[in-house]
Design a protein around this ligand. Structure first.
Ligand code: BTN
Length: 317
């Protein structure tokens, strides 16, 4: 563990109280000057720490630090963990890693993204400290690498995790958006990277962005976006728990039992929806989610069809 992480842990155990520099120095077995340097590094990382002569240091708001060590400890040594204070996009980083030959499990976590990406070429608003943005690399057996099923697994993993942090009613809007009430609080973007030489799958980058306490959104999404409403959350733990759930769920893609859970969380089944196909808009009723995560819809003439991708619109009450 890095010194600043040891100091952060000590301060967060006593959050809201002063801890003397000497106590911290003794705990970490370093000099008081080293403690002072570590505190400054934490402040640079966005931690709100008060320093008062003769009293010591007090962590005012926790959860700011994303600790690689904490995430690693939670996920175990088989998962590569990378943490960034700021990055263009964790999905971009995952794709760079996969193109450079990485194989296995990984999580790339960022405090902030400067070019966060959403589906259909949209951007994803990713301000520092108030959300958590991460990409989980999974490498399922090629024959099972069904991106929409894995996205559905990611949605279930996010809901399972967030339910440990809030009592609010969380639902999934097919296929990849997580909602509280009528507003989106999380988006998921799954991208595949293939080996150009032999065409085989190198891995999937499952990008997840969760608005935790963001209050102000850009104009164009201010009506539709919201946050979970949890301040000072341990964001590293939220990312780590979600990744762990996702790794477990993707181990058994042949009989994806989580689909039942997904169905129970779906906020679109039973509702009238619209969708676009080949440039044409269709009105239909969402009736079911099939075993591969497809949305079964019933058309006005009674015919049923299953949507495997794209986007639907639904009016939420
Ligand atoms: C969407 O709502 O259209 C999908 C949004 C996905 C956002 C996440 S944040 C982490 C990862 N990095 C990105 O650039 N995008 C995904």
């Amino acid at each position: 563990m890095k010194l600043k992480e040891i100091i952060y842990n000590e301060l967060s155990e006593k959050q809201g109280e002063y801890v003397s520099g000497q106590t911290l120095a003794n705990r970490a077995n370093v000099s008081r000057n080293a403690v002072w340097k570590a505190v400054n590094a934490l402040k640079k990382d966005g931690c709100d720490i008060l320093s008062v002569t003769n009293r010591g240091y007090m962590l005012v708001s926790g959860g700011a630090l994303l600790s690689e060590a904490e995430i690693s400890a939670y996920l175990g040594e088989n998962v590569l963990v990378r943490v960034f204070k700021s990055i263009d996009s964790t999905n971009n980083e995952a794709k760079r890693m996969l193109s450079d030959g990485f194989s296995g499990k990984a999580i790339i976590v960022a405090n902030e993204q400067t070019a966060g990406r959403g589906r259909l070429g949209r951007s994803f608003y990713s301000p520092g400290s108030t959300g958590i943005y991460f990409t989980v690399i999974v490498t399922p057996d090629s024959s099972l690498a069904d991106a929409s099923l894995i996205t559905a697994a990611a949605a279930v993993a996010v809901v399972r995790t967030l339910k440990r942090f809030t009592d609010k009613n969380i639902g999934i809007k097919w296929v990849n958006d997580i909602y509280i009430g009528k507003k989106k609080i999380c988006g998921i973007l799954t991208e595949a990277v293939t080996d150009l030489e032999n065409g085989s799958l190198s891995g999937l980058a499952v990008g997840i962005g969760i608005n935790l306490s963001t209050e102000k959104f850009p104009e164009e999404i201010s009506e539709t976006a919201s946050s979970v409403g949890i301040k000072n959350a341990d964001r590293g733990l939220i990312a780590a728990k979600t990744a762990k759930e996702l790794f477990t769920l993707t181990e058994n893609l042949l009989s994806p039992e989580f689909i039942e859970e997904y169905k129970a969380l779906s906020i679109v089944t039973g509702k009238d929806i619209t969708y676009f196909k080949d440039g044409k808009e269709y009105a239909a009723r969402a009736v079911d989610i099939d075993s591969r995560g497809g949305l079964v819809v019933s058309l006005p003439d009674g015919e049923k069809t299953t949507l495997r991708g794209g986007e639907i619109s639904v009016r939420l009450k």
